[in-house]
Design a protein around this ligand. Structure first.
Ligand SMILES: *[C@@H]1O[C@H](CO)[C@@H](O)[C@H](O)[C@H]1NC(C)=O
Ligand SMILES: *[C@@H]1O[C@H](CO)[C@@H](O)[C@H](O)[C@H]1NC(C)=O
Ligand SMILES: *[C@@H]1O[C@H](CO)[C@@H](O)[C@H](O)[C@H]1NC(C)=O
Length: 238
């Protein structure tokens, strides 16, 4: 073997080595890509499953409200909650310009049984103070139910041209379940849709009216309703 052929052999094996290495790393890259694609695919599948579960649950929640509903809130008529007929009534003139949010300043409730019993007791109490019916247009319980008081067409005990929505509980202390706010939001939306509520309506807490009850609807409810896209007013004369 001469020197030249020796170098030829060396350089040939060097090239071979280099080729193998390149080949190997290319092979590694392909593997890496395959793994990444697999991970992406798994992620995609997981996302699809999560999205499906969320969607199905949402549909279920809406479907779980049977009877008369607003969104997934059950709407209970006076017959449903066991109310008595009014002594008399004055029609509520539309469009309603003002929404007044109050609280009941009682213990909260969390089921149809406890909430409907509360609503019946409010009616009894309002009859005792010589009101013609339960004072509010709508009452919202901690069960996320909407209890119809005087409804959309009868004047409430606040004043003509207003809609009285009452939250069951004492929201100087009790936590306001977000589903109660949601129910109030949907009621306002429904009022606009039905043409009962003026597009220029204002919303206030009970303590912002001049017949103020300083502690209604309570600091916790006041804070919540203030952050919502309601047309907020600072004070209104009543
Ligand atoms: C309700 O009316 C009755 C009969 O008119 C009266 O005796 C009673 O004092 C009134 N109650 C209140 C709280 O105003
Ligand atoms: C709000 O009320 C609903 C209906 O009763 C209930 O399912 C949910 O757990 C409550 N949420 C909170 C935060 O209390
Ligand atoms: C109504 O109550 C809230 C919460 O306690 C308070 O911050 C607000 O100043 C009150 N408004 C009036 C007009 O009294």
């Amino acid at each position: 073997m001469n020197i030249k052929s020796f170098f030829e052999i060396i350089s040939q094996s060097w090239w071979k080595l280099k080729f193998d290495k390149t080949h190997q790393s290319a092979y590694k890259n392909v593997n890496c890509l395959k793994i990444m694609a697999l991970v992406l695919l798994i992620l995609l599948i997981v996302c699809a499953i999560v999205a499906t579960v969320i969607l199905v649950n949402k549909t279920k929640a809406i479907e779980s409200c049977e009877g008369v509903c607003l969104g997934n809130h059950r709407v209970y008529s006076k017959d449903d909650w066991g109310g008595k007929p009014p002594v008399s009534s004055v029609p509520l003139s539309a469009p309603i310009e003002l929404v007044i949010i109050s609280h009941s300043a009682t213990t909260p409730c969390d089921s149809f049984e406890t909430c409907s019993a509360m609503v019946r007791s409010f009616q009894e109490w309002h009859f005792e103070i010589n009101l013609t019916d339960i004072g509010y247009n709508f009452i919202i319980g901690g069960d996320a139910g909407i209890y119809v008081g005087r409804g959309w067409d009868v004047r409430n005990f606040h004043r003509q041209g207003s809609l009285g929505i009452n939250f069951i509980g004492d929201f100087n202390f009790d936590q306001l379940n977000s589903s109660m706010i949601d129910a109030a939001k949907l009621l306002v939306k429904e009022g606009l849709k039905l043409g009962k509520l003026s597009e220029q309506y204002l919303l206030v807490g009970h303590n912002q009216t001049t017949t103020r009850l300083p502690l209604s609807p309570g600091e916790i409810a006041y804070r919540e309703i203030k952050t919502l896209p309601f047309k907020w007013a600072m004070t209104v004369p009543i």
